[in-house]
Structure formats: structure tokens, C-alpha cells
Design a protein around this ligand. Structure first.
Ligand code: SF4
Length: 492
């Protein structure tokens, strides 16, 4: 077995926080559970990496058999380089107990050209650190690197027909930038090796660094001492200010005195928490309701964002609507009707989506959504991609009203809303018998991933189950709006 103390990812962890590196190496069990969202982001990175290999076809792939066993790739990389193999994917190098794996390597007469593939849409500082570490390892291992580039996604690319990889990907040389970082890299490698040699967990308290460059995997472990209803739950308060409270010894909202200046929303939140009473501004609610005229539709969309555009007239990471739920009340107290649409995961969903949606609407009636900018943006994007629907879409948009307003403006606030006006908090606070907790899909991100996964799914039972879960989730979003409106009406 090869032994390495540090790798690209553990080095980045150590740059974020010594304790993060140490916990990851010696107390892995304490790490927060990896969410489905994080797994999907990881898989996306792998898929994008595989696709980028096609920019340099004909290479030999040295990916390890198991995730952490690099003994064979290290030996084979050397052999293939000695034998003048021109292109290698996942070439492994090690120097001074630091491991580095290059996504794509070109072996030229002038030295190695290395390409690191990222599924994001720009070159960030953390990518430069990652590249600089790789450069350090590969040159220390005795190779000449004559160029180092980052391949990332061009979010301005609009797919027309077959994928054009040379348009989809941007390639940017970062060689000059990473050469200037070499002494910093070496200094930190030595420092982090010392950290790993310690007998105790480094004593580092939580602070703003826990979020950058990524939210730390030990976030919950390090925050076990934070009480419920803490200053970190305050809404509309900047993260730095929350940590200022924390550093000055104020952890719970209970400890925030009236003299401490807070934004209006946080002030309301603290007052409601302390006096235990809900806040109801009946006049504000009444004014809001006076602007809503029956018949009323309740509308919600679900979207997914493929990194690689799957359809013509779409860009990387574009939000593609694939599902809607629509509840309809002809008048107050009338029988509730429901309409819904969920696209097949086989083709561009946008045209069937918009055609069904337009068909389900009558010419009159307000359309209530929760956070209207999202739905309006999606509709405008469809109108731009398919101008034949623009007139009808513009008419729909002109009828949209936002049910978030009374909660955003704090006309109605209870402590159960936890400072948030997201429907995921507002619904259980107002209608406790309805909530998302027991649904297999309980948030939009998961709905999006579930739909995307259907493109690779062949098992009809799994497909049916996932579709059922998607329909159930989206339906609850609009049913929740019906119940919230009912609750507001009952108040005034
Ligand atoms: S949560 Fe913060 S303090 Fe704890 S290990 Fe992670 S970065 Fe370090």
C-alpha cells in the first residue's frame, strides 16, 4: 500500500482549518452525514470529468480499483510515462508523502501538460490552490510540467444539435499563477504534516472560516454547544455580526437585550421568542388579501439544472421546468380542483410543460405562487427559448401574485417559523397537521435530483415510485398555499 499523509482534498481541508484536517484523518466517524445533494454534486463532477476526457481522446485511464488505493496507479503512471504514453487520465504522483492525481495529462517532448477538470463555471481561488499543490507534487516527483490548465464549463454555451465540447468547455492556463504559490504550498504542507503529528484535536473554535471554501463536514460536530434558538438563527443578520455576538459570549436569543441593535425582522423574531406570543398584523394581512381576487390558482414549478445541456436551446446549469402543480378555487369555499403535470424523463420537457400549463388555465383568475421571482423567471426563459408562447406567457405573468408577502413583511410571525419565511417553515407553523417531514421528497433540490436520475433509470418500478413521490411533493407545495390562504382569511 502506498502511504500518503496528504492529498489534494485533505490539503484543502487543512487550509480551511487544522481541526478539519485532523478530524477528517482521525475522527472520520464524527463527520456529518453526506446529503443526497452532496452525493449528486460529487457524481456530477465525475460525469463532467469523463466528458472532458473526450477533448483528449485515446488516453489510458489509471483510475484506482478502489477509491483510496493508489499503489497501482502510482506504479503504472511511471511505467506509462517512461514508455512515452501520450495521454493519461487520472495519472497519480506522490512526493514527500503527498499524493496528487491529475485528471488529464499530456506527455509531450517539452514536458507534461496537466488539465484539471471542474464542473463549475469559473476558476476560483481554491482551484488555484488545488492546481498549485498538484504542480508541487509532480515537479517534486521529478517531472517537468510545461503547462497547467483548468477546464471548466462555459455557461454561455447554447446547445444546438450535437454537444460541441470545444464550446461547452473553457480551458485556461494557470501556470504562472500557481508557480508563484509554490513556496506557500511547501510551507503549508510542512505545517499540516505537523498538525497530523499532534496527539490532540487542535483547539479551534467555530467562526466564519467554517463556510469557506466549502461548508465544513464537521459543522454539526463543532456546534454541539450551540443551543436551540441561538443567535445563528437570527434572520436578516450578517454572518459576521452573528459571530460577533458569539465571540462576545452571547449564544442564545434569550441573552440579546433591547439595547442591542437588530434589523427589524430579527427584532420581531427575538421579541416573539422571548414573550412566547405570535405576531399578527391583521391590518397588513387584510390589505394583502384585498388585492387577491377569486377565482384563484395556486401554482408551483419544479426544475432541474443539468450541468451538461441535454436539450437544444438550453445552456449549462439552466433551470429547466419539468413539473407543475396547480390548485384552483373558483370562489372562497368552492370545491378545490387540482391539475398537475410531470414530464417524461426522455426529452426536452419545456414544450409539453408550457402547453399543458397554458391549457390548464382559464382566462381569468389571480395566480398565487410562493416567491414569484422564481416562477416568473422560468416562464420568461421559456418565452425566450420558444417565442411562439410569449404572448400567453406574458398574460400569465401579469396575473401572478406572491403569497410570501405577508410572511416576508412579518404581518404574521410565530416562533415556529424560526426567522424564515420559506414555505417549509411557514406551513408547519400555520398548519401543523401538514408538513414535509414524512415525504420521501421533501425539498426542491431533492425533487430536481430525483427527476435528473430518471434519465438513467430503466426499472419501471423505480420510475413509477419516483414519479409518485415527485407528484406528491409538488402537490403538497400548492395545497400548502391553499391552506395558508385559508388561515390568513380566517384571521381577518
Ligand atoms: S466546523 Fe469549523 S472549526 Fe470545526 S473543524 Fe470545521 S472548519 Fe474547523
Amino acid at each position: 500500500m502506498n502511504t500518503h499523509l496528504l492529498s489534494k482534498s485533505s490539503f484543502i481541508r487543512g487550509i480551511q482549518c487544522d481541526k478539519h484536517l485532523y478530524l477528517y484523518k482521525y475522527h472520520y466517524d464524527e463527520m456529518d452525514e453526506i446529503s443526497e445533494m452532496q452525493k449528486a454534486i460529487f457524481k456530477r463532477g465525475i460525469d463532467v470529468g469523463k466528458l472532458a476526457q473526450q477533448l483528449f481522446p485515446g488516453g489510458i485511464d489509471l483510475s484506482p480499483e478502489t477509491h483510496s488505493d493508489y499503489e497501482e496507479p502510482l506504479v503504472k503512471t511511471k511505467e506509462f510515462l517512461d514508455n512515452k504514453q501520450r495521454i493519461i487520465y487520472e495519472a497519480a504522483f506522490q512526493a514527500e508523502e503527498v499524493l496528487s492525481v491529475a485528471d488529464i495529462l499530456l506527455n509531450t517532448d517539452d514536458g507534461l501538460k496537466i488539465y484539471e477538470v471542474k464542473s463549475s463555471t469559473s476558476v476560483t481561488d481554491v482551484y488555484l490552490i488545488d492546481a498549485a499543490l498538484q504542480y508541487w507534487v509532480i515537479t517534486k516527483a521529478g517531472y517537468k510540467v510545461n503547462d497547467f490548465s483548468i477546464i471548466y464549463i462555459n455557461n454561455q454555451y447554447v446547445r444546438k444539435g450535437e454537444l460541441d465540447l470545444h464550446q461547452l468547455f473553457r480551458i485556461e492556463s494557470v501556470l504562472d499563477k500557481i508557480i508563484t504559490k509554490q513556496s506557500w504550498i511547501e510551507k503549508n504542507i510542512n505545517r499540516l504534516k505537523n498538525v497530523l503529528g499532534q496527539n490532540e484535536i487542535p483547539q479551534i473554535d467555530i467562526s466564519e472560516h467554517c463556510y469557506s471554501p466549502y461548508i465544513c463536514g464537521f459543522y454539526n460536530y463543532c456546534r454541539r454547544h450551540i443551543p436551540e434558538n441561538s443567535v445563528f438563527d437570527l434572520s436578516g443578520v450578517h454572518l459576521t455580526d452573528k459571530y460577533e455576538f458569539y465571540r462576545s459570549g452571547i449564544l442564545s436569543m434569550e441573552e440579546l437585550t433591547d439595547e442591542i441593535h437588530l434589523p427589524r425582522s430579527a427584532k420581531i423574531q427575538v421579541d416573539v421568542f422571548k414573550n412566547g406570543k405570535q405576531l399578527i398584523d391583521a391590518e397588513g394581512i387584510k390589505n394583502f388579501l384585498s388585492g387577491i381576487l377569486y377565482p384563484v390558482y395556486f401554482m408551483d414549478f419544479e426544475t432541474f439544472q443539468p450541468a451538461i445541456p441535454l436539450f437544444d436551446n438550453s445552456k449549462p446549469y439552466m433551470q429547466i421546468p419539468f413539473q407543475y402543480s396547480l390548485h384552483y378555487l373558483e370562489s372562497k369555499g368552492a370545491e378545490l380542483q387540482h391539475f398537475e403535470f410531470l414530464a417524461d424523463a426522455s426529452d426536452d420537457p419545456r414544450i409539453p410543460f408550457i402547453e399543458n400549463l397554458l391549457r390548464d388555465f382559464k382566462d381569468i383568475g389571480d395566480i398565487l405562487v410562493y416567491n414569484k421571482s422564481f416562477e416568473i423567471k422560468r416562464l420568461n426563459e421559456i418565452a425566450e427559448a420558444f417565442p411562439q408562447y410569449k404572448l400567453k406567457i406574458d398574460n400569465l405573468i401579469s396575473r401572478i401574485k406572491d403569497l410570501i408577502v405577508p410572511f416576508q413583511k412579518k404581518y404574521y410571525y410565530t416562533n415556529d417559523m424560526k426567522g424564515s419565511y420559506s414555505i417549509k417553515y411557514v406551513l408547519p407553523a400555520l398548519v401543523p397537521e401538514l408538513n414535509y417531514q414524512n415525504l420521501p421528497i421533501n425539498e426542491g433540490g431533492l425533487a430536481s435530483l430525483t427527476f435528473e436520475s430518471l434519465f438513467d433509470e430503466n426499472n419501471p418500478e423505480v420510475i413509477n415510485e419516483k414519479r409518485k413521490n415527485l407528484l406528491e411533493y409538488c402537490k403538497l407545495d400548492t395545497f400548502a398555499m391553499v391552506k395558508i390562504l385559508e388561515k390568513l382569511e380566517s384571521i381577518v
